[in-house]
Design a protein around this ligand. Structure first.
Ligand SMILES: [Mg+2]
Length: 405
Protein backbone atom coordinates (compact mmCIF):
# COMPACT_ATOMS: atom_id res chain seq x y z
CA UNK A 1 0.00 0.00 0.00
CA UNK A 2 1.31 3.42 -0.98
CA UNK A 3 1.88 5.41 2.22
CA UNK A 4 2.15 8.66 0.28
CA UNK A 5 -1.46 8.83 -0.76
CA UNK A 6 -3.27 12.10 -1.20
CA UNK A 7 -6.97 11.70 -0.41
CA UNK A 8 -9.57 14.47 -0.33
CA UNK A 9 -13.01 14.20 1.23
CA UNK A 10 -15.51 16.81 0.02
CA UNK A 11 -18.92 17.38 1.52
CA UNK A 12 -21.51 19.99 0.57
CA UNK A 13 -22.63 22.06 3.57
CA UNK A 14 -26.28 21.61 4.65
CA UNK A 15 -26.90 20.46 1.08
CA UNK A 16 -30.73 20.48 0.83
CA UNK A 17 -30.89 23.83 2.64
CA UNK A 18 -28.22 25.31 0.36
CA UNK A 19 -30.19 24.21 -2.73
CA UNK A 20 -33.36 25.81 -1.36
CA UNK A 21 -31.43 29.02 -0.67
CA UNK A 22 -30.29 29.18 -4.29
CA UNK A 23 -33.97 29.16 -5.27
CA UNK A 24 -35.13 31.56 -2.54
CA UNK A 25 -32.59 33.97 -1.05
CA UNK A 26 -35.08 34.95 1.68
CA UNK A 27 -34.01 31.74 3.44
CA UNK A 28 -30.46 33.04 3.92
CA UNK A 29 -29.44 33.55 7.54
CA UNK A 30 -32.62 31.93 8.90
CA UNK A 31 -33.22 28.64 10.70
CA UNK A 32 -34.46 26.28 7.98
CA UNK A 33 -35.61 22.67 8.39
CA UNK A 34 -36.18 20.25 5.52
CA UNK A 35 -38.00 16.98 5.89
CA UNK A 36 -41.34 15.32 6.56
CA UNK A 37 -43.78 18.04 7.57
CA UNK A 38 -46.16 15.69 9.36
CA UNK A 39 -45.89 15.35 13.12
CA UNK A 40 -44.16 12.00 12.73
CA UNK A 41 -41.67 13.25 10.14
CA UNK A 42 -37.92 13.58 10.71
CA UNK A 43 -35.45 16.35 9.87
CA UNK A 44 -33.58 15.46 6.66
CA UNK A 45 -31.40 18.59 6.64
CA UNK A 46 -31.16 21.75 8.74
CA UNK A 47 -29.31 25.05 8.48
CA UNK A 48 -26.53 26.07 10.87
CA UNK A 49 -28.91 28.70 12.30
CA UNK A 50 -31.26 25.86 13.26
CA UNK A 51 -28.40 23.83 14.74
CA UNK A 52 -27.72 26.56 17.33
CA UNK A 53 -31.11 25.56 18.81
CA UNK A 54 -29.82 22.01 19.28
CA UNK A 55 -31.52 20.64 16.17
CA UNK A 56 -29.76 17.98 14.11
CA UNK A 57 -30.68 15.79 11.15
CA UNK A 58 -32.70 12.61 11.83
CA UNK A 59 -34.33 14.33 14.81
CA UNK A 60 -38.13 14.01 14.94
CA UNK A 61 -39.66 17.10 13.30
CA UNK A 62 -42.00 17.44 16.27
CA UNK A 63 -39.05 17.91 18.62
CA UNK A 64 -37.28 20.29 16.22
CA UNK A 65 -40.40 22.48 16.08
CA UNK A 66 -40.47 22.64 19.87
CA UNK A 67 -36.79 23.64 20.02
CA UNK A 68 -37.20 26.35 17.39
CA UNK A 69 -40.80 27.38 16.73
CA UNK A 70 -39.77 30.16 14.32
CA UNK A 71 -37.90 27.75 12.01
CA UNK A 72 -38.98 27.73 8.37
CA UNK A 73 -40.03 24.19 7.45
CA UNK A 74 -39.78 22.99 3.86
CA UNK A 75 -40.97 19.65 2.57
CA UNK A 76 -38.16 19.49 0.05
CA UNK A 77 -37.89 18.42 -3.56
CA UNK A 78 -35.71 15.47 -4.49
CA UNK A 79 -35.68 16.37 -8.20
CA UNK A 80 -33.95 19.67 -7.47
CA UNK A 81 -31.41 18.11 -5.10
CA UNK A 82 -30.58 15.37 -7.63
CA UNK A 83 -30.03 18.01 -10.29
CA UNK A 84 -27.59 19.99 -8.13
CA UNK A 85 -25.89 16.79 -7.01
CA UNK A 86 -25.35 15.86 -10.66
CA UNK A 87 -23.97 19.33 -11.38
CA UNK A 88 -21.36 19.01 -8.62
CA UNK A 89 -20.52 15.47 -9.76
CA UNK A 90 -19.93 16.76 -13.30
CA UNK A 91 -17.45 19.41 -12.10
CA UNK A 92 -15.53 16.81 -10.07
CA UNK A 93 -15.60 14.25 -12.89
CA UNK A 94 -14.13 16.79 -15.31
CA UNK A 95 -11.35 17.77 -12.90
CA UNK A 96 -9.90 14.63 -11.29
CA UNK A 97 -8.77 11.18 -12.39
CA UNK A 98 -10.41 9.11 -9.63
CA UNK A 99 -13.40 9.89 -7.42
CA UNK A 100 -16.00 8.04 -5.39
CA UNK A 101 -19.47 9.41 -4.69
CA UNK A 102 -20.70 8.04 -1.37
CA UNK A 103 -23.94 9.97 -1.08
CA UNK A 104 -25.90 12.75 -2.70
CA UNK A 105 -23.51 15.38 -1.29
CA UNK A 106 -20.29 13.55 -0.41
CA UNK A 107 -17.19 12.59 -2.43
CA UNK A 108 -13.76 11.05 -1.97
CA UNK A 109 -11.08 12.07 -4.46
CA UNK A 110 -7.73 10.35 -4.93
CA UNK A 111 -5.09 12.84 -6.06
CA UNK A 112 -2.13 10.53 -5.43
CA UNK A 113 0.64 11.21 -7.94
CA UNK A 114 -0.89 14.46 -9.16
CA UNK A 115 1.74 16.52 -7.32
CA UNK A 116 4.18 15.83 -10.13
CA UNK A 117 2.32 18.56 -11.96
CA UNK A 118 0.65 20.68 -9.28
CA UNK A 119 0.56 20.61 -5.51
CA UNK A 120 -2.33 18.32 -4.52
CA UNK A 121 -3.61 20.80 -2.00
CA UNK A 122 -3.63 23.61 -4.57
CA UNK A 123 -5.51 21.29 -6.92
CA UNK A 124 -8.13 20.49 -4.27
CA UNK A 125 -8.51 24.16 -3.33
CA UNK A 126 -9.02 25.13 -6.95
CA UNK A 127 -11.58 22.38 -7.41
CA UNK A 128 -13.50 23.57 -4.35
CA UNK A 129 -13.55 27.15 -5.68
CA UNK A 130 -14.68 25.90 -9.07
CA UNK A 131 -17.61 24.00 -7.50
CA UNK A 132 -18.63 27.09 -5.51
CA UNK A 133 -18.33 29.30 -8.61
CA UNK A 134 -20.20 26.98 -10.98
CA UNK A 135 -22.97 25.74 -8.68
CA UNK A 136 -23.29 28.44 -6.01
CA UNK A 137 -23.22 25.74 -3.32
CA UNK A 138 -20.97 25.95 -0.25
CA UNK A 139 -18.68 22.92 0.13
CA UNK A 140 -15.92 21.93 2.56
CA UNK A 141 -13.04 19.49 2.32
CA UNK A 142 -10.43 17.68 4.34
CA UNK A 143 -7.15 16.56 2.79
CA UNK A 144 -4.82 13.89 4.22
CA UNK A 145 -3.24 10.52 3.47
CA UNK A 146 -6.46 8.51 3.86
CA UNK A 147 -10.26 8.52 3.76
CA UNK A 148 -10.95 8.40 7.50
CA UNK A 149 -8.67 11.28 8.49
CA UNK A 150 -9.91 13.37 5.54
CA UNK A 151 -13.56 12.77 6.43
CA UNK A 152 -13.00 13.77 10.04
CA UNK A 153 -11.03 16.82 8.83
CA UNK A 154 -13.96 17.91 6.65
CA UNK A 155 -16.16 17.85 9.74
CA UNK A 156 -13.67 20.10 11.53
CA UNK A 157 -13.40 22.45 8.52
CA UNK A 158 -17.16 23.07 8.18
CA UNK A 159 -18.90 25.30 7.35
CA UNK A 160 -17.58 26.37 3.95
CA UNK A 161 -13.88 25.84 4.58
CA UNK A 162 -10.98 23.42 4.10
CA UNK A 163 -8.32 21.72 6.23
CA UNK A 164 -5.10 19.94 5.39
CA UNK A 165 -3.63 17.34 7.72
CA UNK A 166 0.06 16.95 6.90
CA UNK A 167 1.45 13.44 6.68
CA UNK A 168 2.68 12.32 10.10
CA UNK A 169 0.37 14.66 12.05
CA UNK A 170 -2.73 12.44 11.88
CA UNK A 171 -2.54 11.28 15.50
CA UNK A 172 -2.10 14.71 17.12
CA UNK A 173 -4.90 16.07 14.90
CA UNK A 174 -7.30 13.34 16.04
CA UNK A 175 -6.32 13.07 19.70
CA UNK A 176 -8.30 16.01 21.20
CA UNK A 177 -11.48 15.16 19.25
CA UNK A 178 -14.52 13.31 20.62
CA UNK A 179 -14.69 9.58 19.82
CA UNK A 180 -18.06 10.44 18.25
CA UNK A 181 -16.16 11.96 15.32
CA UNK A 182 -14.87 8.54 14.22
CA UNK A 183 -17.10 7.71 11.22
CA UNK A 184 -18.12 4.23 12.38
CA UNK A 185 -18.99 5.21 15.96
CA UNK A 186 -22.80 5.44 16.15
CA UNK A 187 -25.02 6.24 19.11
CA UNK A 188 -24.74 2.77 20.64
CA UNK A 189 -20.96 2.44 20.38
CA UNK A 190 -20.55 6.02 21.58
CA UNK A 191 -22.54 5.22 24.69
CA UNK A 192 -20.55 2.03 25.38
CA UNK A 193 -17.29 3.96 24.99
CA UNK A 194 -18.51 6.72 27.33
CA UNK A 195 -19.56 4.11 29.91
CA UNK A 196 -15.94 2.94 29.89
CA UNK A 197 -14.76 6.53 30.36
CA UNK A 198 -13.50 6.76 26.78
CA UNK A 199 -14.56 10.18 25.49
CA UNK A 200 -11.59 11.54 23.57
CA UNK A 201 -9.80 9.82 20.70
CA UNK A 202 -6.57 10.29 22.68
CA UNK A 203 -7.71 7.66 25.19
CA UNK A 204 -8.11 5.07 22.41
CA UNK A 205 -4.70 6.01 20.98
CA UNK A 206 -3.16 5.31 24.40
CA UNK A 207 -4.90 1.92 24.71
CA UNK A 208 -3.32 -1.27 23.39
CA UNK A 209 -5.08 -2.65 20.32
CA UNK A 210 -5.71 -5.95 22.17
CA UNK A 211 -7.82 -4.21 24.78
CA UNK A 212 -10.16 -2.65 22.19
CA UNK A 213 -10.35 -6.03 20.45
CA UNK A 214 -11.26 -7.73 23.71
CA UNK A 215 -14.07 -5.31 24.55
CA UNK A 216 -15.50 -4.56 21.09
CA UNK A 217 -14.34 -7.49 18.94
CA UNK A 218 -13.70 -6.84 15.25
CA UNK A 219 -15.34 -3.43 15.51
CA UNK A 220 -12.90 -2.51 18.25
CA UNK A 221 -9.95 -3.22 15.96
CA UNK A 222 -11.41 -0.95 13.25
CA UNK A 223 -12.14 1.82 15.74
CA UNK A 224 -8.61 1.59 17.17
CA UNK A 225 -7.07 1.82 13.69
CA UNK A 226 -9.22 4.79 12.75
CA UNK A 227 -8.44 6.52 16.06
CA UNK A 228 -4.76 6.11 15.20
CA UNK A 229 -5.23 7.56 11.73
CA UNK A 230 -4.74 4.21 9.98
CA UNK A 231 -6.97 3.49 6.97
CA UNK A 232 -5.85 1.71 3.82
CA UNK A 233 -9.23 1.56 2.11
CA UNK A 234 -9.07 2.67 -1.52
CA UNK A 235 -11.13 5.28 -3.33
CA UNK A 236 -13.43 3.26 -5.60
CA UNK A 237 -14.34 4.80 -8.94
CA UNK A 238 -17.97 5.84 -9.05
CA UNK A 239 -20.29 4.82 -11.88
CA UNK A 240 -23.79 6.12 -12.03
CA UNK A 241 -26.29 3.29 -11.96
CA UNK A 242 -29.60 4.16 -13.53
CA UNK A 243 -31.63 1.03 -12.82
CA UNK A 244 -31.71 -2.34 -11.10
CA UNK A 245 -33.74 -5.33 -12.18
CA UNK A 246 -34.34 -9.03 -11.69
CA UNK A 247 -35.82 -11.53 -14.12
CA UNK A 248 -36.88 -15.07 -13.45
CA UNK A 249 -37.27 -17.65 -16.20
CA UNK A 250 -39.20 -20.70 -15.05
CA UNK A 251 -37.79 -24.17 -15.46
CA UNK A 252 -41.23 -25.18 -16.57
CA UNK A 253 -43.73 -22.61 -17.86
CA UNK A 254 -46.43 -22.04 -15.31
CA UNK A 255 -49.96 -20.80 -14.76
CA UNK A 256 -49.75 -21.24 -11.01
CA UNK A 257 -51.01 -17.81 -9.96
CA UNK A 258 -50.05 -18.29 -6.32
CA UNK A 259 -46.50 -19.17 -7.26
CA UNK A 260 -46.26 -16.24 -9.67
CA UNK A 261 -47.44 -13.74 -7.09
CA UNK A 262 -45.15 -15.17 -4.47
CA UNK A 263 -42.12 -14.78 -6.73
CA UNK A 264 -43.10 -11.30 -7.82
CA UNK A 265 -43.43 -10.12 -4.22
CA UNK A 266 -40.11 -11.73 -3.29
CA UNK A 267 -38.35 -10.08 -6.24
CA UNK A 268 -39.83 -6.66 -5.49
CA UNK A 269 -38.99 -6.96 -1.81
CA UNK A 270 -35.40 -7.93 -2.57
CA UNK A 271 -34.92 -5.13 -5.12
CA UNK A 272 -36.27 -2.58 -2.62
CA UNK A 273 -33.76 -3.91 -0.08
CA UNK A 274 -31.01 -3.45 -2.70
CA UNK A 275 -32.15 0.13 -3.23
CA UNK A 276 -31.89 0.89 0.48
CA UNK A 277 -28.47 -0.77 0.70
CA UNK A 278 -27.27 1.48 -2.12
CA UNK A 279 -28.90 4.58 -0.60
CA UNK A 280 -31.11 4.88 -3.68
CA UNK A 281 -34.70 5.74 -4.40
CA UNK A 282 -36.66 4.80 -7.52
CA UNK A 283 -39.39 6.73 -9.29
CA UNK A 284 -40.23 4.32 -12.09
CA UNK A 285 -41.34 0.70 -11.87
CA UNK A 286 -41.50 -1.64 -14.85
CA UNK A 287 -43.05 -5.08 -14.97
CA UNK A 288 -42.40 -7.58 -17.73
CA UNK A 289 -44.10 -10.85 -18.60
CA UNK A 290 -43.26 -13.37 -21.31
CA UNK A 291 -45.65 -16.13 -22.28
CA UNK A 292 -44.72 -19.57 -23.57
CA UNK A 293 -45.23 -18.33 -27.16
CA UNK A 294 -42.44 -15.79 -26.48
CA UNK A 295 -44.83 -12.84 -26.74
CA UNK A 296 -43.46 -10.29 -24.25
CA UNK A 297 -45.36 -7.44 -22.63
CA UNK A 298 -44.07 -4.66 -20.40
CA UNK A 299 -45.71 -1.84 -18.58
CA UNK A 300 -44.27 0.90 -16.40
CA UNK A 301 -45.51 3.39 -13.90
CA UNK A 302 -43.98 6.51 -12.34
CA UNK A 303 -44.20 6.85 -8.55
CA UNK A 304 -42.96 9.46 -6.04
CA UNK A 305 -39.31 8.68 -5.11
CA UNK A 306 -39.23 5.76 -2.70
CA UNK A 307 -37.35 2.68 -1.50
CA UNK A 308 -40.15 1.52 0.78
CA UNK A 309 -41.69 -1.94 0.32
CA UNK A 310 -45.12 -0.71 1.30
CA UNK A 311 -45.07 1.90 -1.46
CA UNK A 312 -43.41 -0.20 -4.16
CA UNK A 313 -44.84 -3.73 -3.85
CA UNK A 314 -48.50 -2.70 -4.36
CA UNK A 315 -47.50 -0.96 -7.62
CA UNK A 316 -45.62 -4.05 -8.85
CA UNK A 317 -48.64 -6.24 -8.05
CA UNK A 318 -50.96 -3.82 -9.80
CA UNK A 319 -48.82 -3.86 -12.95
CA UNK A 320 -48.73 -7.67 -12.86
CA UNK A 321 -52.52 -7.81 -12.61
CA UNK A 322 -52.86 -5.41 -15.54
CA UNK A 323 -50.45 -7.37 -17.70
CA UNK A 324 -51.34 -10.98 -16.88
CA UNK A 325 -54.37 -11.23 -19.12
CA UNK A 326 -53.81 -14.20 -21.41
CA UNK A 327 -54.73 -17.66 -20.20
CA UNK A 328 -51.42 -18.99 -21.32
CA UNK A 329 -48.36 -20.49 -19.64
CA UNK A 330 -45.89 -17.92 -18.32
CA UNK A 331 -42.24 -18.32 -19.23
CA UNK A 332 -40.61 -15.30 -17.61
CA UNK A 333 -41.35 -12.41 -15.31
CA UNK A 334 -39.18 -9.39 -14.57
CA UNK A 335 -39.20 -6.32 -12.35
CA UNK A 336 -37.12 -3.20 -12.94
CA UNK A 337 -36.69 -0.07 -10.84
CA UNK A 338 -35.30 2.88 -12.79
CA UNK A 339 -34.84 6.69 -12.68
CA UNK A 340 -32.78 6.10 -9.55
CA UNK A 341 -31.54 8.97 -7.40
CA UNK A 342 -29.37 9.16 -4.30
CA UNK A 343 -31.58 9.01 -1.25
CA UNK A 344 -29.11 9.56 1.57
CA UNK A 345 -30.36 7.29 4.34
CA UNK A 346 -33.98 7.82 3.54
CA UNK A 347 -36.49 5.41 2.16
CA UNK A 348 -39.13 7.86 1.09
CA UNK A 349 -37.54 11.19 0.69
CA UNK A 350 -40.16 13.30 2.39
CA UNK A 351 -42.63 10.84 3.80
CA UNK A 352 -40.34 9.14 6.30
CA UNK A 353 -41.59 8.81 9.82
CA UNK A 354 -39.66 7.43 12.74
CA UNK A 355 -41.62 4.23 13.09
CA UNK A 356 -41.28 3.24 9.45
CA UNK A 357 -37.60 4.22 9.32
CA UNK A 358 -36.86 2.12 12.38
CA UNK A 359 -38.78 -0.84 10.99
CA UNK A 360 -36.85 -0.85 7.70
CA UNK A 361 -33.52 -0.27 9.44
CA UNK A 362 -34.19 -3.25 11.71
CA UNK A 363 -35.29 -5.50 8.82
CA UNK A 364 -32.29 -4.57 6.69
CA UNK A 365 -29.87 -5.15 9.59
CA UNK A 366 -31.25 -8.66 9.98
CA UNK A 367 -30.75 -9.29 6.28
CA UNK A 368 -27.18 -7.96 6.32
CA UNK A 369 -26.40 -10.24 9.20
CA UNK A 370 -28.34 -13.42 8.56
CA UNK A 371 -29.05 -13.34 4.83
CA UNK A 372 -31.65 -11.92 2.50
CA UNK A 373 -34.32 -14.39 3.62
CA UNK A 374 -33.88 -13.77 7.35
CA UNK A 375 -36.99 -11.64 7.26
CA UNK A 376 -39.53 -11.46 4.47
CA UNK A 377 -43.17 -11.10 3.60
CA UNK A 378 -45.16 -14.33 4.11
CA UNK A 379 -46.41 -13.84 0.58
CA UNK A 380 -42.92 -14.24 -0.89
CA UNK A 381 -41.88 -17.29 1.12
CA UNK A 382 -42.51 -19.79 -1.64
CA UNK A 383 -39.90 -18.16 -3.85
CA UNK A 384 -36.34 -19.44 -3.89
CA UNK A 385 -33.61 -17.08 -2.71
CA UNK A 386 -32.83 -14.18 -4.99
CA UNK A 387 -29.70 -12.97 -3.21
CA UNK A 388 -27.47 -11.02 -5.54
CA UNK A 389 -24.28 -9.02 -5.70
CA UNK A 390 -24.78 -5.50 -4.47
CA UNK A 391 -25.43 -3.64 -7.71
CA UNK A 392 -24.07 -0.38 -6.34
CA UNK A 393 -20.68 -1.33 -4.94
CA UNK A 394 -20.03 -4.86 -6.20
CA UNK A 395 -20.06 -6.42 -2.73
CA UNK A 396 -21.14 -10.06 -2.49
CA UNK A 397 -24.71 -10.88 -1.50
CA UNK A 398 -25.57 -11.18 2.18
CA UNK A 399 -25.06 -14.71 3.47
CA UNK A 400 -27.99 -16.95 2.73
CA UNK A 401 -29.92 -18.00 5.80
CA UNK A 402 -30.30 -21.57 4.55
CA UNK A 403 -26.58 -21.97 3.91
CA UNK A 404 -24.09 -22.64 6.64
CA UNK A 405 -20.76 -20.90 6.49
MG1 LIG B 1 -23.25 17.28 3.54
Amino acid sequence: MNTNRSIVHMDLDTFFVSCERLLDSKLNGKPVLIGGTSDRGVVASCSYEARTFGIHSAMPMRMAKQLCPEAIIIRGNSHIYSKYSDLVTEVIKDSVPLYEKTSVDEFYIDLTGMDKFFGCHTLASELRQKIIRETGLPISFGHSVNKTVSKIATGEAKPNNQIRIEKGTEKPFLSPLSVKKIPMVGEVTYKSLCDLGIKKIRTIQEMPLEMMAKVFGKNGVSIWKKANGIDNSPVIQYHERKSISTERTFDRDTTDVRKLESIIVAIAENLAFQLRRGNKLTSCITFKIRYSDFQTYTQQQRIPYSAADHKIIPVVKELYKKLYKRRMLVRLIGVRFSHLVEGGHQIDLFDDDEKILNLYTAMDKLRERYGDRAVMRAKGMEAKSIARWNPFNGNPPPLLANRRR
